[in-house]
Design a protein. Structure first.
Length: 405
């Protein structure tokens, strides 16, 4: 069995490391006995008991009778019921925000990583003011929240469709009309309390959310593609986000197409292109109407869907040659078109792809409506489950060996 081990230079750091390892074990495996915790962590039962006691006092875990925990196997338990330890889901929460072109999405997840609240609001993102947009997003997070609940917020993640560095500085977000925006700094200045903040490209955030919530999907190389007004992507290799040398890996929306009408893939098969083309036939069309017409085999809709399938197949082939992914996971409103034309996309890929290049599995993630916002919240949850956990660090600093730091 692989044990969680940490290098540390002080008793305070050791306690924090062990507390983080305990939270991770309970998050991954669910309720555990102290003996099981000790085995997962590679410590003795006495040490595991002391760690649990500190986390109970912090309100992050609690004891529960074994009889009160669902038995996954459905088998009756023999002997005297024991005492297990589990995470307290409501102890803290993490907020994720996606600032899009036509909507703003907010998601709240608990310590167990489950969505407990979500909301989507209309938002005109084109040429929006960054400060006004972030202020609106923060208001959505804390809407209907009591002031005494503010202390439970242990992180806010923000996802936007733009090119940014790892510190959350946006170089350019062309669809929003933003340039040179310190997104994390702006968010911190507008928050009503000192709360950890992180920002990420929406394609990367989508990939983080899927990988974090579905560990079985983390093996190999996965390319996550979000198709909305723009097209962006994120690359995850064996569960780890690959950012590239400058944090721009996965920006496939800027790949050139073979069609001289469109400069890049983003212009070729994003929402704006689909609707501008289909409104020549149905001026009142929105994306839902277009998708319905494709299902109903309306000729004009089918023809446009076929054009989209050709362009999307071209994109898949280019991605396959550049990244060689095992799978491509699709999210975003426009990605709902893929299941309707999957057979045509496959046929076009086989025409374009050289026989020596394997064809990746293509999956449409039906739960991706909150994908980027959920992923942004997961970033903060992941941070809390690490040595960057400010709550545990503050508790440790107040301990007897704090002067050593």
């Amino acid at each position: 069995m692989n044990h969680v081990t940490f290098a540390s230079s002080s008793p305070r750091r050791i306690r924090q490391s062990n507390s983080v390892a305990t939270l991770n074990a309970l998050h991954r495996f669910g309720p555990l006995s102290r003996a099981d915790l000790a085995r997962h962590m590679g410590v003795n039962r006495s040490s595991a008991g002391n760690i649990v006691l500190e986390l109970v006092e912090a309100g992050l875990v609690r004891e529960v009778a074994e009889n009160d925990v669902a038995n996954p196997a459905g088998q009756p338990r023999a002997g005297r019921p024991g005492i297990l330890v589990e995470i307290v889901p409501e102890a803290v929460f993490f907020a994720g925000i996606e600032i899009g072109v036509e909507h703003m999405t907010c998601v709240e997840i608990d310590l167990a990583g489950k969505i407990v609240r979500s909301a989507m609001t209309r938002f005109e993102g084109h040429d929006s003011d960054p400060e006004a947009a972030v202020h609106m997003a923060i208001e959505q997070v804390f809407l209907e929240m009591r002031k005494d609940s503010l202390a439970r917020c242990q992180g806010i993640g923000i996802a936007v469709p733009g090119q940014m560095n790892q510190d959350g500085f946006i170089h350019v977000a062309p669809i929003l009309g933003w340039r040179n925006v310190d997104l994390t700094g702006l968010a911190r200045s507008l928050l009503p309390a000192e709360i950890p903040v992180s920002a990420e490209n929406d394609g990367n955030a989508f990939g983080i959310g899927i990988t974090y919530s579905q560990p079985e999907a983390a093996s190999g190389v996965t390319f996550f593609m979000v198709i909305e007004n723009g097209v962006c992507g994120g690359i995850v290799i064996d569960g780890e986000l690959f950012r590239g040398g400058n944090g721009l890996a996965g920006e496939v929306g800027h790949l050139k197409t073979r069609n001289p009408t469109y400069r890049n893939l983003e212009q070729a098969f994003g929402r704006d292109r689909i609707l501008s083309s289909y409104r020549q036939y149905r001026p009142d069309a929105d994306l839902d109407l277009f998708l319905r017409d494709v299902r109903d085999r309306v000729p004009q809709a089918v023809q446009l869907a076929e054009e989209w399938a050709v362009l999307f197949a071209f994109a898949v082939v280019q991605i396959s040659r550049l990244i060689d992914p095992n799978r491509i996971v699709l999210g975003g409103s426009v990605a709902e078109l893929y299941p309707l034309v999957a057979a045509r996309v496959d046929a076009h890929i086989r025409e374009l792809q050289a026989a020596t290049f394997p064809i990746p599995e293509i999956v449409f993630n039906e739960s991706a409506i909150y994908g980027a916002a959920f992923g942004a919240a997961c970033m903060m949850h992941q941070r809390f489950m690490s040595l960057d956990n400010q709550m545990l660090n503050k508790d440790a600093v107040s301990g007897p060996d704090a002067s050593a730091s």
